[in-house]
Design a protein around this ligand. Structure first.
Ligand SMILES: *Cc1c(COP(=O)(O)O)cnc(C)c1O
Length: 392
């Protein structure tokens, strides 16, 4: 089949919930992707912040292939070595107490909500299930995750969602404080908002929420599915704020491209016990061998150093661009999770970029999002900026 035939077949057979770009991707190499016609693209989206090590990172594929030859799945009725090793490593880097592996970010969020609900029940009884979430947040598309996602467009057609969720304003501590009642069991937020438009939290906000949670015996859940795993220049974004959450969710970059997520909790939030939660695939040896290798590579190859060097460079270049071009309002973000807020629609820019061989995506209504592989070099930034300049 040719490209048009593939696209036609896709639209006929796959439920139409995405407005896809008319490109059929075929393979990747380093920080470049190729479509089935052989056209090359510089990838500044990384499968939505998933491919932090780019494509075919040295030694990574071999680990997965080796595991395929050994054992892909065991069920959670048995122990498996890759899960045990991955859990040890993720505990070490996060400083959390326990890990539960999931198959996606959304499922990690579901687990976090369950931990919080059970915590509430033990703390304050049957009515203690209120959760405070943020406007402009994104936590996933399942009913639980949608319930705490602050985007009306995603929620409206699926009401009623779970009870007892209140929305506060990101970076407005008073608005959070005002929502707290004796029935609040948790506050959840992205440490750096992604889908909503790349909004960074202030120190006062994150530290203030940590204090509010401590004072009121409320769990702090940080969603680091997008901003975690080194994307902001630290392994977890909360490290920038000198605080720790009670629960943290990770996914996207954790498996270097294979589907794995996790929720981690400290002792206080460790409310679930035998029979409370499960997943057939969760923590299977295939995905855990990948996550384990990703964590090794981060350490051995100093991936964070590259994020800090190239992230600073990218931000400089984007800020320069923001000064030169009237259509750019500002540059936001940390590390290699950056956004340019525009006063025009990003859609035609993204379309033009694809024609020029550059993959960038949007966030929110009017933000161009830059979440490249964490291994990009300054020369790739220069290549991207040259294309963007030409388009703008
Ligand atoms: C992508 C994302 C999710 C959902 O993860 P899936 O793997 O798509 O289920 C949840 N929270 C945040 C912050 C995300 O960026």
């Amino acid at each position: 089949m040719n490209k048009q035939e593939y696209i036609k077949s896709s639209e006929e057979n796959i439920l139409h919930t995405y407005n896809r770009f008319p490109i059929v991707l075929d393979k990747g190499e380093g920080v470049y992707l190729y479509d089935i016609e052989g056209k090359k693209y510089l990838d500044f989206a990384a499968g939505i912040a998933v491919f932090s090590l780019g494509y075919h990172y040295k030694g990574f594929d071999e680990v997965i292939k080796h595991q395929v030859d050994k054992l892909i799945h065991t069920s959670n009725l048995f122990y498996n070595v890759p899960a045990i090793e991955a859990a040890e490593k993720i505990k070490r880097i996060s400083g959390m107490e326990k890990v539960f592996f999931t198959n996606s970010g959304t499922e990690a969020i579901e687990g976090a909500i369950k931990l919080a609900k059970k915590f509430g029940k033990e703390k304050g009884g049957e009515r203690c299930f209120e959760i405070i979430a943020m406007k402009h947040s994104f936590h996933g598309r399942s009913l639980g995750a949608l319930s705490i996602t602050g985007n009306e467009a995603y929620r409206n057609d699926f009401m009623p969602l779970i009870e007892g969720v209140k929305f506060a304003i990101y970076n407005d501590l008073e608005s959070v404080k005002n929502q707290i009642t004796e029935n609040t069991c948790a506050i959840i937020l992205e440490t750096l908002q992604g889908e909503g438009g790349i909004y960074e939290a202030t120190k006062e906000f994150i530290q203030g929420i940590r204090t509010l949670c401590n004072e009121n015996n409320i769990l702090l859940i940080l969603d680091e599915i997008q901003c975690g795993m080194g994307r902001t220049g630290k392994m977890f974004c909360y490290e920038h704020y000198g605080i720790k959450p009670d629960i943290v969710t990770v996914a996207k970059a954790l498996g270097g491209g294979v589907p794995i997520g996790a929720f981690l909790c400290n002792k206080k939030a460790e409310t679930m016990t035998i029979g409370d939660h499960g997943s057939t695939y969760g923590g299977n040896p295939l995905v855990c061998s990948a996550a384990s290798k990703v964590l090794d590579i981060f350490k051995e190859d100093n991936i964070l150093d590259n994020v800090n060097v190239v992230g600073t460079y990218l931000k400089e270049k984007l800020e320069q661009l923001a000064e030169e071009k009237d259509c750019i309002i500002e540059c936001r973000g940390k590390g290699l999770m950056l956004g340019l807020e525009l006063n025009i629609s990003p859609a035609p820019i993204i379309k033009k970029a694809l024609e020029e061989g550059l993959i960038i995506i949007s966030a929110g209504k009017n933000v161009l999002r830059f979440v490249p592989p964490l291994i990009i070099k300054k020369e790739h930034v220069d290549e991207m900026i040259a294309i963007l300049k030409k388009i703008l």
